[in-house]
Ligand binder design. Structure first.
Ligand code: ASP
Length: 603
């Protein structure tokens, strides 16, 4: 028989009681995290979102309650009334905030029972959690874990700080529609069939990009929104099909104004959530410099290990892989691993595999120490190796890892390797945050397969003023290749190697927007068909404007120090975009399909 709660009110949460409460009569409610029976004494760990309190049922002083305390098992929901007492010396638990006291229970209400959970909720630090699929199926149980609850509370603190900050900065929160027409952000759209327009579909927004620009055309001046975005792309560890971003747009902005706004934003959020003071202003690196020095457009600056051009050490050598890379306009680069002389052959083999995954043909290495050993010794000879070590700046206890090939491949593989090695060799300082701006992204990226240029950010991004003449020449003068040289007024905020925000100054002139669409291979008709409403709007006095979007989950991952995006959202989906708890996506009633004018081809 279960008890009714009646009018009983909680007096404290399960994380609240301290030595100062000793002697008070309290009412606690929560879940039974653990029960231990010692004859006349029964102990419960009672848990709620705030913490855990030890509750004791003593046969001598509370006979009825002690007898009843035999019933509740793990995850039963109970209420107890009792007196706070000091724990005896030696029985205190410094690991929990309430560890100095316990509650001597007088009465017990069993408010609800619970089935045996399909996995253990509490795991010790050295144990692994149950399989994630199982935890996702019973997400509401997994969410009882204090770590996930702490993450969600941190997320709430972040969101409420955003509203405060953006309000102080004079921004207006404006909600844009979820059912729209496809926006061009490069990913696939999720679509919703229309009942009233047979064969037509809405698309869920990949971002509110055009709406926020239209807000500027409407004269709203400063817009923000915590926007839910939907992207049907291949999922990776840091992606979910639906996610949230702080979406921002402002009129008449300078780049400096946007940088200052965003730096202020991150500083506020870091302070409010984890108490860290982020130093501002953030350093800035152009895209070209970031690629050259770190092989990445989102470099992790918590550690050095910059890429070094080793070509100056290689004059006159004829080792085919290096010589042909250099002769073909490619590169030979490497970086120093501090203390890397001690790396084993096995480690080097594993790193080789890692580099190959990012396109490297091979990974060459030099290990220093009492005796120099190197995969290149035979091919290059001692003298050249010595010069390479010098150019790389390696010390007697270090190693140098080297890749040759096309600049793109060298950057991708060494950039990835730099991070991998830093993780393996524990070269990344803990509790350190290294924010920066990456600026001047290329406007376009050439896609060899499709033999065409794509917008690297999106097609509404404006070029650097000094590069605009190149755009004319490329589009109107037929010098298409120049598109590859155009630099954008686009910027990303990167913290600890994670791209936490990205945005741009937009095109506000109809003639420039036309050139960009043309550069992307769109005819006037296609452009009109897809963006007619926007092209029209551009003709009615569009102010210069620009903005940015910052991923809430990405930022939360940095704040909560996790590499799993599912740790920072309440009800995430799997890597194949399924919700295992509600079993979505699911079939719909055939009548619904009929209403929607849809026939499903099962094959
Ligand atoms: N709409 C862009 C995005 O979601 C951000 C921006 O340009 O403001 O990535």
């Amino acid at each position: 028989m279960l008890d009714n709660l009646g009018n009983l009110e909680r007096t404290h949460s399960c994380g609240a009681l301290r030595a100062e409460h000793v002697g008070q009569t309290v009412v606690l409610m929560g879940w039974v995290a653990r029960r231990r029976d010692f004859g006349p004494l029964t102990f419960f760990d009672l848990r709620d979102r705030d913490g855990i309190t030890q509750v004791v049922f003593n046969e001598e002083t509370a006979r009825a309650a002690h007898a009843k305390a035999k019933q509740p098992r793990g995850e039963y929901v109970i209420a107890i009334t009792g007196e706070v007492v000091s724990r005896a010396e030696g029985q205190r638990n410094p690991k929990i905030a309430t560890g100095e006291v316990e509650v001597q229970a007088r009465e017990l209400l069993i408010l609800n029972d619970a089935r045996t959970t399909p996995f253990q909720l509490e795991v010790a630090a050295n144990e692994t959690l149950a399989a994630e699929d199982l935890r996702l199926k019973y997400r509401y149980l997994d969410l009882r874990r204090p770590q996930l609850q702490a993450n969600l509370r941190m997320r709430h603190r972040m969101l409420s700080e955003i509203h405060r900050y953006m309000d102080e900065q004079g921004f207006t929160e404006i909600e844009t529609p979820i059912m729209i027409k496809s926006t061009p952000e490069g990913a696939r759209d999720y679509v919703v069939p229309s009942r009233t327009f047979p064969g037509k579909f809405y698309a869920l927004p990949q971002s509110p990009q055009l709406f926020k620009q239209l807000c500027m055309i409407a004269g709203l001046d400063k817009y923000y929104q915590i926007a839910r975005c939907f992207r049907d792309e291949d999922l990776r560890a840091d992606r979910q099909p639906e996610f949230s971003q702080l979406d921002v747009e402002m009129s008449f902005p300078t780049l400096e104004r946007i940088y200052a706004l965003v730096e202020g934003y991150f500083a506020r959020v870091f302070k409010a959530t984890i108490g860290v003071e982020l130093p501002t202003p953030f350093p800035r690196l152009s895209y070209a410099e970031a690629m050259r020095r770190y092989g990445s457009d989102k470099p992790d600056l918590r550690f050095g290990m910059e890429l070094q051009d080793l070509a100056p050490a290689l004059a006159g050598m004829d080792f085919p892989p290096f010589a042909s890379a250099l002769a073909g306009g490619g590169e030979v680069k490497g970086f120093v691993v501090k203390g890397g002389a001690a790396m084993s052959r096995k480690t080097l083999d594993e790193l080789q595999e890692h580099a190959k995954r990012y396109g490297a043909g091979a990974l060459a290495w030099i290990k220093l120490g009492d005796e120099v050993s190197s995969s290149l010794l035979k091919a290059l000879g001692e003298e050249t190796i010595k010069r390479m070590v010098e150019v790389a700046g390696a010390d007697i206890t270090d190693a140098v890892l080297i890749v040759a090939g096309r600049a793109k491949t060298v950057a991708a593989s060494l950039g990835a390797l730099r991070v991998e090695v830093a993780k393996r060799e524990k070269l990344i300082p803990e509790n350190t945050y290294a924010p920066l701006w990456v600026t001047e992204f290329p406007m376009f990226e050439y896609d060899e397969e499709g033999d065409r240029y794509y917008a690297m950010h999106h097609p509404f991004t404006s070029a650097l003023d000094e590069d605009l003449p190149l755009l004319e020449r490329a589009v109107e003068g037929g010098e298409t290749k120049l598109l590859g040289q155009l630099r954008a007024k686009a910027y990303d905020t990167v913290i600890n190697g994670v791209e936490v925000a990205g945005g741009s100054i937009r095109i506000h002139r109809r003639d420039v927007q036309r050139l960009i669409f043309k550069a992307l291979g769109m005819t006037e008709e296609t452009a009109r068909e897809r963006f007619g409403f926007f092209l029209d709007a551009l003709e009615f006095g569009t102010p210069p404007h620009g903005g940015i979007a910052s991923g809430i989950e990405r930022t939360m991952m940095v704040l909560a120090n996790t590499e799993n995006i599912r740790d920072v959202m309440a009800f995430p989906k799997t890597a194949s975009a399924a919700d295992l708890m509600i079993d979505a996506p699911g079939a719909v009633d055939p009548h619904m399909l009929e209403d929607l004018h849809i026939r499903v081809d099962e094959a």
